[in-house]
Every structure is written in structure tokens, then in C-alpha cells.
Design a protein around this ligand. Structure first.
Ligand code: SAM
Length: 302
């Protein structure tokens, strides 16, 4: 691996002025330690620089300009340049969190599954830190998911065209549209969660248009002819040991009685609760997240 890595013309890919880091992943390989794998690749890169240009770039393992991924599986090595410059799932609007928040990308996938386009109001009666609401807003307002990212990995590559990037950004930013009042709302029984949600939503453009209130869903007026999304508590991560069976039955009653004409999309972290809700699913989609083999279930409420 060292020899092969040294043969690559690294100065063509990385500028000697930039820092770099290697993030390794090793499975079923003669090289058993990912740290050792990273070190050998680093040696190959540095020696390639020394031979070609005499100077070498520095390593910055925390905040590098260039992110390299090294993936070794079954004794095969794949070296890739990360043009994002780190994981994209953290959007940057969620400054505060609750005990079991949903990953932004999972919430985005749920909003995509709802096919919501804004023709009916959207409501999350258990909004927690507001992730589903934030992703719905980003979807409706056409806010690019990387809007808060300070920099991307591709900005440090030799063929990066800054003026083209500025043009692309401007074009996308011009497409951002306003959120009309009443399009998105949320509530939660925890005042702390609502406070966090409010702070998080205000970090997003037009986020102050999202209506939020502290409310137990059992006291909510519900929503007729709308789109309801939610991610209720589930045993593994919240309310450990407490029986949630009755909670889900009451949730089913709430949807039946107070949300007529709406379509509900519920993410169940634990599948056993699907039975407890007492509603007939229109469909179920497997959605694994945070070690949970959950299901997104759609209900048409007549
Ligand atoms: C799994 S969390 C939701 C996480 C949320 N999707 C997020 O990304 O932050 C479940 C939420 O349900 C709320 N909750 C629990 N019981 C409730 C009730 N009776 N009425 C309204 N909200 C409730 C909790 O306070 C918690 O914020």
C-alpha cells in the first residue's frame, strides 16, 4: 500500500500549502489497525511530495483542508478524496438538542417520503428539537442543506474554480423562497424541547414563521386536511421501562378523532408499537437509524 501510494502524483492533487488528514476504515484485512493504515498512507504521500517537490503539506487531524478516506476491505484498498470535506449530515442549524433527536438526514428522508409540497399545512405534534420541521422548511423554501457550511473539501482541490462556485451559490440562493404563515407548525409537551426547537428554527431562514407551542398532543386541537409527521418516544432510547402501549393507543385515537382528512407519517423506532396505534397503515417503509430498525408508516385518516 505504501509503494502504491507513493506512485500517485500527490502534488497534482494536494497543494503543499494545504493541510490534510486521512480517515481510515479497515475490515477483514492483513492490516488490522486503521491508525497504522493511515500512517502508512501518510508516509506514502509525504515521501511522494519529498521526491517530486522537496516540500510537503502538514497533517491536521482535526480541521484539515483536504480529507482523504482510506477504506480497506478484504485486502483491497480504496483511497478517495472527500470533496465534501467531512460528513454532510450535520446541517448546522441545530445548536441545541434533546435526549433522542432525529438525525437531520433521516428527517429529510421522511419529508421526501411525504411528498409534501406545501399545498396542505404540515404539523408535528411531538416536535422535540424540531428536526422534522426544520427539514420541511428547508424542503419547501428550497434552502440548500449545506447553507451553513463554511467550506467544502472541493474548494481546496487544484482545479477549483472560485468564480464558478460563487455563481452557482448565487443562483441557488436566489431560489430560496419565503415560508407563508401557518404552513408549518409544531408542538411538544416539554417546554424545554419547544424552547430548543424555537432556537433551532430561528437559525434557519424564514424559521421564525414556524408556529410552535408547548402542548400535550392529547390537548391539541389536531389538524384536519393536513400533513402530520412525527417521531413519538420509543422504549429503547426514551422512557426506558415505562409502558408506552397506552400512549400509542391514545395517539391512534387522537389521529382518528382530531385529524380527519389528514395524512400522517409516523416514524416508529420500535415496530411493536405499530400494532398498538389501532390504525390501518397505507404503507410501511423500513428506515434504520441510530441502531434502530424502525419503520416509517403512512396513515390516511378519513
Ligand atoms: C423521539 S422525540 C422526537 C424527536 C424529534 N423528532 C427531534 O428530532 O428532536 C419524542 C418527543 O415526544 C415528546 N412527547 C412525549 N410525550 C408527549 C405528549 N404526550 N405530547 C406531546 N409530546 C410528547 C417528547 O417530549 C419528545 O420531544
Amino acid at each position: 500500500m505504501y509503494k502504491k501510494a507513493k506512485q500517485i502524483n500527490w502534488p497534482e492533487l494536494i497543494s503543499q500549502k494545504n493541510t490534510f488528514a486521512i480517515f481510515s476504515n479497515v475490515s477483514n484485512s492483513k492490516i488490522t489497525h486503521s491508525h497504522y493504515a493511515s500512517l502508512r498512507l501518510k508516509d506514502g504521500i509525504v515521501d511522494s511530495f519529498r521526491e517530486i517537490s522537496g516540500k510537503r503539506p502538514d497533517v491536521d487531524s482535526k480541521n484539515p483542508d483536504i480529507w482523504l478516506n482510506l477504506h480497506i476491505s478484504n485486502n483491497e484498498v480504496l483511497i478517495s478524496l472527500d470533496t465534501s470535506g467531512g460528513s454532510l449530515h450535520r446541517r448546522g442549524y441545530r445548536k441545541d438538542s434533546i435526549p433522542a433527536p432525529m438525525q437531520e438526514t433521516v428527517a429529510a428522508a421522511i419529508i421526501a417520503y411525504t411528498e409534501w409540497t406545501g399545498e396542505a399545512p404540515l404539523y408535528d405534534p411531538m416536535c422535540g428539537s424540531g428536526t422534522l420541521l426544520g427539514e420541511a422548511l428547508m424542503h419547501y423554501c428550497k434552502i440548500p442543506s449545506g447553507i451553513f457550511r463554511k467550506r467544502f473539501g472541493f474548494e481546496f482541490l487544484p482545479d477549483f474554480d472560485k468564480s464558478l462556485w460563487v455563481k452557482v451559490r448565487k443562483k441557488i440562493d436566489r431560489q430560496i423562497r419565503e415560508l407563508p404563515d401557518g404552513y408549518i407548525s409544531g408542538s411538544d409537551s416539554s417546554p424545554e424541547a419547544v424552547k430548543i426547537s424555537r432556537t433551532n428554527m430561528r437559525n434557519l431562514p424564514h424559521g421564525d414563521k414556524i408556529k410552535l407551542e408547548t402542548l400535550d398532543f392529547r390537548k391539541s386541537r389536531g389538524m384536519m386536511d393536513g400533513v402530520i409527521v412525527m417521531n413519538p418516544p420509543y422504549g429503547i432510547r426514551m422512557d426506558k421501562g415505562r409502558r408506552l402501549d397506552n400512549f400509542y393507543k391514545e395517539l391512534g385515537d387522537f389521529l382518528k378523532q382530531k385529524c380527519k382528512g389528514s395524512t400522517a407519517y409516523i416514524y416508529f423506532g420500535e415496530r411493536e408499537f405499530i400494532k398498538k396505534i389501532g390504525l390501518k397503515p397505507a404503507w410501511k417503509k423500513p428506515l434504520k437509524t441510530g441502531g434502530l430498525d424502525g419503520r416509517l408508516v403512512k396513515y390516511e385518516l378519513f
